[in-house]
Write a new protein. Structure first.
Ligand SMILES: Nc1ncnc2c1ncn2[C@@H]1O[C@H](COP(=O)(O)OP(=O)(O)O)[C@@H](O)[C@H]1O
Ligand SMILES: Nc1ccn([C@H]2C[C@H](O)[C@@H](COP(=O)(O)OP(=O)(O)O)O2)c(=O)n1
Length: 205
């Protein structure tokens, strides 16, 4: 069984997926972390983030591994854990450019499709492109202001700066962010985290 939870930036995808996965007793898979890892490593190597060949060579030479767990995903490059470095504002700013590269998308998709079922997969195109056959599909939204207020609790910047950055990323990610036609769209604005998780769990029973 595969459940997909897609949505815009900071709409609650990873927190909701973790809650749903824990209730089901399965892992969740955070696809965005692989795009973030490619971005972090490209930045650290001072690569041009618009150029796929250099990034792919780097990822080929030093493979990155996603460890999906119900409580939280971890990302490794060999023995080095990248997880804590993936949510900086620098990675936030660069990741949409990297995620627009078809070669990087293929690199991510191949890793995701190799994972053993069952799991909850979250990202942008889990229900459309990567797992179109998933049994249950959801898409989370909320206004940019509400998302910025939530994310401001996790970032040093103020709400208006975060809101502007989220809107910029929404625009850059538009191509791969359309909801699947068979996804249930949930506006998380009026709901708390548990409310969103319960809405999804109700549909799974
Ligand atoms: N429905 C909600 N109500 C209140 N806070 C939420 C809700 N959903 C998510 N959050 C909070 O918003 C922040 C962003 O959520 P996160 O799961 O990281 O989103 P995403 O994976 O879409 O970027 C987190 O601090 C999370 O706890
Ligand atoms: N399946 C996916 C997942 C993420 N991405 C891209 C788009 C996002 O800007 C970045 C980071 O995604 P992530 O879900 O980690 O972070 P946000 O919720 O957007 O803050 O990766 C994508 O293109 N396709």
């Amino acid at each position: 069984m595969i459940v997909t939870i897609d949505g815009v930036a900071a709409s609650g995808k990873s927190s909701v997926s973790s809650g749903v996965a824990q209730a089901l007793g399965v892992p969740y898979v955070s696809s965005g972390l692989l795009y973030r890892a490619a971005t972090l490593l490209g930045l650290e190597a001072s690569l041009d983030l618009h150029a796929a060949p250099g990034l792919l060579a780097l990822l080929g030479a030093h493979p990155v591994r996603l460890e999906p767990l119900a409580g939280g995903n971890r990302v490794w490059q060999g023995e080095r854990e990248l997880t804590d470095d993936l949510h900086s504002s620098r990675v936030d700013r660069g990741v949409s450019v990297v995620a627009a590269l078809p070669e990087v998308r293929e690199w991510v998709d191949a890793q995701l499709r190799a994972l053993p079922e069952p799991f909850v997969a979250e990202g942008r195109d889990m229900g459309t492109n990567v797992f179109p056959h998933a049994s249950h599909k959801f898409y989370l939204t909320a206004s940019a202001r509400i998302r910025a207020e939530r994310r401001a609790r996790e970032r040093p910047e103020d709400v208006p700066a975060i809101e502007a950055a989220l809107q910029r990323r929404d625009e850059l990610d538009t191509v791969q962010s359309a909801p699947a036609p068979d996804a249930l769209v949930i506006d998380t604005g009026p709901l708390d985290l548990q409310g969103v998780i319960d809405t999804i769990l109700t549909r799974l029973h």
